[in-house]
Design a protein around this ligand. Structure first.
Ligand code: FE2
Length: 446
């Protein structure tokens, strides 16, 4: 048996990370006025109250109960807060709707008790053991830590939808609205090799869809945009009547657009004759140099209009991590760990910044912002790599979404935590999900 002192888990580090995560989550909840607590800013997701209970309840269910065989704290709340929803439409969301949610005090009491129990386990229990797959290589511990960080991003894009009067902007928050719109340029990425995913032993932790390694030897050459598509670029598509030209959209995409009634990106708002950006804490005159945030359907229609297409996951990797000497990097900029000079991620900003603001984050080919400033849509339908095995700590994490109706996004958004910045990390959304911080760039065959 592997003891916790000999494995990859360092108790002091995980305890500090747990505490830091909990504090960050509390700070995010503190941005909202109490009036917003039972609001449901995104109809396809649970109301806000759910998430304050879900994060600790998930940790209890995953690590304490499933991993360590301990009893939980409150079986009813652990059932109520067990799982988020990703239904395909509003009717489906209403079917899983819960009529009465507990008082905030009850939820917060539960969260405090959960923290005490989890911290005790992180201190004294056998949290890394090859006798239980949930604890193998400390999987359960990493699962609860990264799960919370992922939810912090979900919370932020939910908060984005809440009325400005119900949010308070932190004094230290900064905004970079001004920026030159760079000249649109593409760069040739030559034929080469790509490594998707990772081997389990190569990284301390990854989610099941990151394993095993998937090598593609001869990715054909292609041209890729150096900069993300900006609001200014996308405006030309809107003004050209792109939203009423079915030939530019996939048949299903056009149908979805008709149902939603969207005539422009969700983050844009019309005020008189001006276009505005709905920021987290304020409305701005539409910042021309920011990446546009759109759905997969919208991104595809724009690319078609331009006579181009979206990059596949493989092409994204080649552009981000490939090099002229065919040694693949761990990050676009090299192998140095992510820091705030490399991209707009890790909560530096609550909104995007002008494209190309991070010269120290460019890839070997000179492509900017591949990690940060918005997830990047790919044309790849989300599936496991050959040899995929559901993870013991959270078996439904990926497998439930291998339904052909989710697309891979890569990179990171302003609200993506540092721990999720790794080459093998994959995220995914439905093609018409308009709330996420997701942008895109185009490619064409060389
Ligand atoms: Fe969750």
């Amino acid at each position: 048996m592997q003891s916790s002192n000999e494995g990859i888990i360092d108790r002091t580090t995980v305890i500090n990370t747990y505490l830091k995560n909990r504090q960050k989550t509390q700070e995010l909840f503190a941005l909202l006025s109490s009036d917003a607590y039972y609001e449901q800013p995104i109809p396809l997701r649970h109301p806000i109250v759910f998430y304050e209970g879900h994060i600790p309840a998930f940790s209890v269910n995953c690590l304490l109960k499933k991993g360590l065989g301990l009893v939980g704290i409150d079986p009813e709340l652990e059932l109520l807060f067990a799982r988020g929803i990703d239904p395909s439409d509003k009717q489906a969301a209403q079917r899983c709707g819960i009529k009465t949610w507990p008082d905030q005090e009850i939820v917060q009491d539960y969260a405090r008790s959960a923290d005490v129990a989890i911290l005790k386990a992180l201190k004294v229990s056998m949290i890394e053991s090859d006798l239980n797959p949930v604890l193998d290589r400390g999987q359960g511990v990493f699962t609860i830590l990264e799960h919370e960080v992922m939810h912090q991003e979900t919370l932020l894009y939910m908060w984005h939808r809440i009325a400005l009067r119900n949010k308070e902007c932190p004094v230290e928050a900064e905004f970079l609205v001004n920026g030159l719109v760079p000249k649109r340029e593409m760069v040739r990425v030559p034929k080469g090799r790509v490594t998707l995913g990772s081997e389990i032993k190569e990284i301390p932790f990854g989610w099941d869809n990151e394993f095993p390694t998937c090598i593609i030897d001869d990715v054909p050459a292609f041209d890729i945009d150096i900069y993300n598509i900006t609001n200014q670029d996308y405006m030309a598509f809107v003004e050209a009547g792109g939203y009423s030209r079915p030939e530019l959209w996939s048949p299903k995409g056009f149908q979805r657009k008709q149902v939603s009634g969207f005539e422009h990106p969700l983050f844009w708002e019309r005020q008189g004759d001006r276009w505005m950006w709905r920021g987290m804490f304020d409305q701005f005159e539409l910042p021309a140099s920011w990446p546009v945030y759109v759905t997969h359907d919208e991104a595809m229609a724009y690319a078609t209009w331009k006579g181009m297409r979206l990059p596949s996951e493989v092409e994204f990797h080649r552009a981000a991590y490939g090099t002229p000497d065919n040694v693949e990097r761990y990050y676009p900029w090299g192998d140095t760990k992510p820091d705030k000079k490399r991209g707009n991620f890790g909560f530096q900003y609550y909104d995007p910044v002008p494209v190309g603001s991070y010269p120290d984050g460019t890839s070997a080919w000179g492509v900017t912002d591949l990690v940060g400033n918005g997830w990047e849509w790919t044309s790849t339908v989300f599936h496991g790599f050959s040899g995929f095995k559901a993870m013991a700590s959270y078996p439904e994490y990926s497998a439930d979404f291998f339904d052909g109706d989710h697309f891979v996004v890569k990179g990171a958004s302003p609200a993506t935590g540092h721990c999720l910045i790794r080459r093998s990390f994959r995220n995914w959304f439905r093609p018409d999900y308009p709330y996420a911080y997701a942008t895109f760039r185009c490619v064409r065959d060389a």
